[in-house]
Design a binder for this molecule. Structure first.
Ligand code: ADP
Ligand code: MG
Length: 324
């Protein structure tokens, strides 16, 4: 018989999947030192710990764009000393590293609040289809931003790389980003969530794997973390999906003088704008798509908001709030 802790919450506390954007870990103007990432994660952890303390059951999905880009550079630069690992293994490395700092920061913050909830990172694989057309059209930006000159120098040595413009912010390397189909570890994650643990899963969108007969095999790609968060939120029957990024929410005519924040909208209306191409590929479009899929697949509420507004976003009063 399992005796439940007296202080534990009732089983029915709603489950929220939080997708943390890159800025929760590394800001655009920062270099990417361990200390910078640790400090950023700490301030995010303070916000999350407050929610956990308020009774929210939280599953955290985080991005890994800059980190996997850096890991790939480390492997490539070190290739004369040690063999480089494939991209999917680099993805696993970033899940471990980022999971570790998120886990530790949250444990510290929860301890300060006297909360006994366990925090755990799950190394997560996400199933993709081998014949996904995305393998032929790299679209996911990873790693540092380059100037046009830096890009031209890189391409001279590595003609196999694809480096393109990213939302007016500079040039970045692009890798294939196949559509996530299923989270391999979803049942284990649900068990942990039912047991009141705070879970960090699907880091960096999960490690992309395909099925070969009854075997799983890693593939050279990076899955979009927002689309992976939807797969996870749907499969564990989360009530809400909250996507946190570095803008207040979803805008129409983003970056133009007539830009307009969408604060409350229903799924059909948002889908209409998405179909008209209002949202940039590789950044806002996958967030909007994740929200639409989540609501279509039975989710109750989805939010796209700024990281600093987490508390208000989860309670319904900030960001772009989307319902069916
Ligand atoms: P994250 O790390 O949070 O996934 P992304 O860079 O992928 O961050 O996505 C957030 C970015 O999307 C914003 O910083 C903004 O530049 C860009 N963006 C593109 N289109 C829109 C839009 N229609 N509304 C809001 N932001 C948009
Ligand atoms: Mg993104």
């Amino acid at each position: 018989m399992v005796l439940r802790d007296e202080t534990s919450l009732p089983r029915q506390t709603p489950v929220t999947v939080l997708a943390l954007g890159g800025n929760a870990i590394l800001q655009r103007n920062q270099e990417g030192t361990f200390e910078e990432q640790y400090e950023n994660v700490k301030s995010t952890a303070i916000q999350i710990a407050t929610l956990v303390n308020d009774g929210f059951r939280i599953v955290i999905v985080h991005g890994n764009g800059p980190q996997i880009g850096a890991t790939v550079i480390r492997h490539e630069m070190g290739r004369t000393k040690v063999p480089p690992l494939p991209l999917h293994a680099c993805g696993a490395e970033t899940q471990g590293f980022l999971g570790y700092i998120i886990q530790q920061s949250l444990q510290d913050e929860l301890a300060k609040r006297g909360t006994s909830r366990a925090v755990v990172t799950v190394v997560t694989q996400v199933l993709v289809e081998r014949n996904d057309p995305a393998f032929k059209h790299p679209s996911k930006p990873i790693g540092p931003f380059y100037t046009k000159d830096q890009r031209n120098v890189l391409l001279r040595d590595r003609s196999d790389l694809v480096i393109e413009e990213d939302s007016g912010r500079g040039y970045r390397r692009l890798v294939p980003s196949p559509d996530p189909k299923a989270v391999i570890e979803d049942k284990a994650i649900r068990v942990l969530v039912d047991d009141e643990s705070v879970v960090i899963a699907c880091g960096g969108g999960g490690i992309p794997v395909i099925r070969q007969g009854d075997q799983l095999r890693g593939v050279e790609a990076v899955i979009d973390k927002d689309l992976a968060a939807e797969r996870l939120a749907t499969s564990i029957h989360a009530e809400s999906l909250v996507i946190l990024t570095d803008v207040e929410g979803v805008y129409l005519n983003y970056g133009k003088p007539n830009q307009q924040l969408l604060s409350e909208i229903n799924r059909d209306e948002l889908e209409g704008y998405a179909k008209k191409g209002y949202f940039a590929r590789g950044s806002m479009a996958p967030k909007v798509e994740a929200v639409i899929r989540f609501l279509r697949n039975g989710g109750k509420r989805a939010v796209i908001a700024s990281l600093g507004d987490l508390g208000r976003a989860i309670k319904g009063s900030a960001g772009t709030q989307v319902t069916n």
